[in-house]
Design a binder for this molecule. Sequence first.
Ligand code: FES
Ligand code: FES
Length: 126
Amino acid sequence: MAYSEKVIDHYENPRNVGSFDKNDPNVATGMVGAPACGDVMKLQLKINDGVIEDAKFKTYGCGSAIASSSLVTEWIKGKTLEEAAEIKNTAIAEELALPPVKIHCSILAEDAIKAAISDYKSKQEK
Ligand code: FES
Ligand code: FES
């Protein structure tokens, strides 16, 4: 399958790979899996005063999933949680020019953001 140049760029030079301590109260962790292919994505956000200061990811999956998560870590920095929750998989798919069979890879990235935000909210309630 032919990957777009942007996918290849993110795949070859992924931004913000790594992880934060998930027990840090300011760290939100979103871990999601794609039932269609078994790929797994972990997105972590470092949050201060409702603003995402930093983001890291680890993705075990295809090039499009890696590119989607890499892109999202770039987009999300400096955003509030509310703004981050607005990021749509369609915007990711469009930016990366994903073909239809790879749309679920971008959905994985959107789901990872949502999972991280809900992890953060449940941490705050404790
Ligand atoms: Fe997801 Fe290829 S199907 S890695
Ligand atoms: Fe499944 Fe990309 S093929 S996440």
